[in-house]
Design a protein around this ligand. Structure first.
Ligand code: HEC
Ligand code: HEC
Ligand code: HEC
Ligand code: HEC
Ligand code: HEC
Length: 199
């Protein structure tokens, strides 16, 4: 009897410690659950603190394997002059970088003429892999022209140090918005047509 009494609190303690780590791990994830990118590129620093427009970097006319992600050349448009302050910066997720050293990595890529191998994070939310499934048709153009904010589909990217998926862009999400924004019956039929979004 005495033995079990001693054993019991210990196992409870183990459980408490385990659940602490479990909960703590979950918290860390919800703050910064984007992937570890080759260079820490903060949207908060660029889009909010320095007020650079989204479209300045993400112009969709570029034809490349990752159409919307800016090239190293684009980065160097600023970073050939902006070397950055020699100060530490801690991200929302608790990673600490030195601003100047991180910018130096961009310059190194430029000198080696190597693209930065960014990992994709958005794409078809709700599916396991990043990027839309091949059978889905999606282009930004008409949506942007129509005046939808980037945030409607991507969340508040300008507040993030590390980009993460914030919205589940499932078929339901697309179709609901198509239903709400059709100009008339004919347009509604077109926007709900399977072949509008599927090959
Ligand atoms: C329009 C100008 C501009 C462009 C274009 C630009 N940057 Fe920056 N970047 C800045 C400024 C300003 C800072 C802040 C420097 C400081 O605080 O000392 C900065 C900071 C940084 C930093 C350090 C802070 C952080 O985000 O980790 C990195 C790394 C960086 N830029 C990478 C890039 C990359 C990669 C690109 C291209 C995809 C790019 N920048 C494009 C202006 C620019
Ligand atoms: C200075 C250039 C720059 C600016 C300004 C900028 N971005 Fe980005 N963006 C990048 C780079 C570089 C990446 C790839 C690295 C990453 O995911 O952080 C990226 C990635 C993204 C992604 C993830 C793409 C994917 O599937 O991996 C989204 C979504 C995005 N940006 C939206 C925005 C929005 C919305 C704004 C304006 C609030 C914005 N960006 C402003 C350079 C920029
Ligand atoms: C109507 C919803 C919607 C709006 C509005 C929207 N996006 Fe997207 N975005 C998507 C979807 C869906 C994808 C995934 C596309 C794919 O995987 O082919 C995506 C992918 C991206 C990517 C990944 C890179 C690429 O092109 O492959 C970037 C960067 C991006 N969006 C930036 C932006 C910016 C910046 C804005 C605002 C100017 C914006 N998006 C507005 C839905 C949207
Ligand atoms: C925020 C509202 C909204 C969301 C979310 C949205 N759409 Fe749309 N989409 C529209 C509207 C409105 C139009 C009609 C634009 C026009 O005709 O000017 C449209 C048009 C289209 C078109 C036809 C025009 C073109 O670009 O070829 C396709 C395809 C399309 N959307 C696919 C998608 C897919 C796939 C998704 C989900 C990943 C999606 N849309 C999410 C509002 C939205
Ligand atoms: C507005 C755009 C849009 C329209 C219209 C649309 N879909 Fe989809 N559909 C998507 C997107 C985006 C996905 C991928 C994301 C997902 O699975 O939710 C998808 C996925 C699917 C899948 C795969 C689901 C799975 O779980 O693997 C099927 C099957 C499908 N759609 C059938 C249809 C049929 C049938 C119609 C017509 C009645 C239709 N879709 C209309 C956007 C659309």
């Amino acid at each position: 009897m005495r033995k079990t009494l001693k054993v019991l609190p210990f196992s409870l303690l183990v459980l408490a410690i385990l659940s602490f780590f479990y909960i703590d791990g979950n918290n860390a994830e919800s703050k910064d659950k984007g992937p570890q990118q080759p260079i820490l590129f903060s949207h908060k620093i660029h889009a909010s603190d320095n007020e650079i427009e989204c479209q300045y970097c993400h112009n969709y006319v570029d034809v490349s394997p990752h159409p919307g992600i800016p090239s190293v050349k684009k980065c160097m448009g600023c970073h050939s002059q902006v070397s950055g302050r020699d100060v530490e910066y801690t991200t929302q997720g608790g990673q600490t970088i030195n601003i100047k050293n991180e910018i130096q990595k961009v310059k190194d890529h430029w000198e080696r003429k190597e693209p930065i191998p960014w990992l994709r994070v958005t794409g078809m939310y709700g599916t396991k892999s990043a990027g839309l499934p091949e059978y889905v048709r999606f282009t930004h153009k008409r949506h942007i022209k129509r005046g939808f904010e980037c945030q409607t589909c991507h969340g508040e990217i300008e507040k993030m140090d590390v980009v993460r998926k914030e919205k589940d862009l499932t078929m339901g999400f697309c179709v609901r918005c198509h239903e709400q924004n059709a100009d008339n019956e004919e347009h509604l039929t077109q926007l709900k047509d399977c072949l509008t979004c599927h090959y």
